[in-house]
Design a binder for this molecule. Structure first.
Ligand SMILES: [Zn+2]
Length: 419
């Protein structure tokens, strides 16, 4: 083929998906060219690593061999590797340097189950590039972020071997499941040995409609209650001989649903109370039930406290004269990182690499940021678009992969290099 014609084909060439991640010569399916011919085209190391991680089947709490890949790479880059397994859960703590400040990237290698395989266009554990996207379970939540911060850390350490401060990478295989033997255990170990984190970046997918549009600087707390209201079972035709717990509870539940718990504040929306389940009744139409069970949940802001909310609920139930038992479960305390070096570094990096002005948000469910906030002075979350997470045919946009890596790298530069 004439030189010019070949160059024209090369410039429009998209790697076929085999030649991009595989570091060996072969004939590319889309062009027929050997990799050697188009080796001038920049390949994303992050994409390559993300593909390797997606190919490891790691449905929570399995790790599928992901952390072995990461540990090996980071050890080769000079990181000290600490595996902290707990039961079936694998955790990895890798650190470079011993000085303060410590910048930590955090994430998880486990993924949610793929759901019915017949509804996936391609195998969820066979990373596939199609239409500018990398498809596979965990592509967005959050193996690409894990790959991106691993590559960013490797590049930073190679370029600045004598950087100030330290870099750590914290990865667990227990984020999507019970979240009891993962990050929370690593944090306990760190606390026990007096190892604090100054700045933590969790790689959860935070962006909503455009890459770069959202950084999270906190999350609401989650407080759940299981309420049992006791009555007396009886024949529906003889209500004076029974005590209907549904009738007793309804006014109290209606009042709980109408309360303004707080007004929120500059960073959080108002605290919300929602019922998720109500159960009562035998199924028969002529029996007054003997009890009623209600499951409810608070998503609460820093304008309220766990204790304050509990006291208000108990006072209300008591005022309604209910005979009840109430069990509480604190899922997460709210946390918030206000303006400081980490948020400034992240905002600057996202603006610089994407040209997008990010919104600072505390929306969404819980993340492992809640555990890290216990030992970290500042915690933020930033990652790719979250529109496909936990869904069928999960994906990440390939064009966002390298910018994500560069953003993590710029955050390190801004925090650990003299300016
Ligand atoms: Zn996640």
């Amino acid at each position: 083929m004439a030189g010019n014609a070949r160059l024209a084909r090369l410039s429009s060439h998209r790697p076929c998906g085999v030649c991009a991640p595989v570091p060996r010569r072969h004939r590319c399916r889309s062009t027929g060219f050997c990799r050697r011919v188009w080796s001038g085209i920049a390949m994303s190391e992050t994409l390559e690593l993300a593909r390797a991680l997606i190919a490891r089947r790691s449905v929570t709490p399995e790790d599928g061999g992901c952390q072995a890949i990461l540990g090996e790479r980071l050890a080769a880059a000079g990181f000290t590797i600490d595996h902290m397994p707990r039961g079936h859960v694998l955790n990895l703590w890798a650190r470079h340097g011993s000085a303060a400040p410590l910048v930590c990237f955090a994430g998880h290698t486990d993924v949610v189950p793929p759901g019915p395989l017949t509804h996936w266009i391609t195998d969820p554990f066979a990373p596939t590039e199609r239409d500018g996207r990398l498809y596979g379970r965990g592509a967005a939540d959050m193996k690409t972020s894990v790959a991106a911060f691993t590559i960013a850390a490797e590049r930073f350490v190679a370029a600045h071997p004598d950087h100030s401060g330290s870099i750590a990478i914290l990865v667990t295989s227990d984020e999507e499941g019970d979240a009891v033997d993962g990050t929370v255990r690593v944090v306990e170990t760190l606390s026990g040995r007096g190892e604090g984190i100054d700045y933590a970046i969790v790689g959860e997918p935070t962006c909503v409609t455009r890459f770069g549009d959202t950084i999270k600087n906190g999350r609401r707390g989650s407080l759940s209650g299981t309420l049992h209201v006791k009555g007396v079972q009886g024949h529906i035709a003889y209500p004076h001989l029974a005590k209907n717990p549904i009738h007793a509870a309804m006014p109290a539940l209606a009042e709980l649903g109408a309360i303004t718990w707080d007004e929120g504040n500059a960073h959080f929306p108002p605290t919300a109370w929602q019922i998720s389940n109500i159960r009562a009744g035998t199924g028969a139409s002529n029996v007054i039930p003997g009890d009623l069970t209600v499951l409810f949940n608070f998503r609460f802001s820093t304008a309220s406290t766990e204790q304050g909310l509990k006291e208000r609920v108990h006072a209300l139930l008591d005022r309604h004269g209910l005979d009840y038992e109430l069990k509480w479960t604190l899922g997460a305390r709210p946390f918030l990182t206000e303006a400081g070096p980490l948020l400034k570094a992240a905002l600057g990096a996202v603006r610089e690499i994407t040209g997008v002005e990010p919104e600072i948000s505390t929306t969404g469910g819980t993340s492992d940021g809640r555990f890290i906030a216990v030992v970290a002075k500042e915690v933020i979350e930033f990652g790719p678009l979250n529109e496909s997470i936990h869904k069928l045919n999960e994906y990440v946009a390939i064009e966002d992969v390298e910018p994500l890596t560069r953003i993590y790298g710029r955050i390190l530069e801004r925090l650990l290099l003299p300016r």
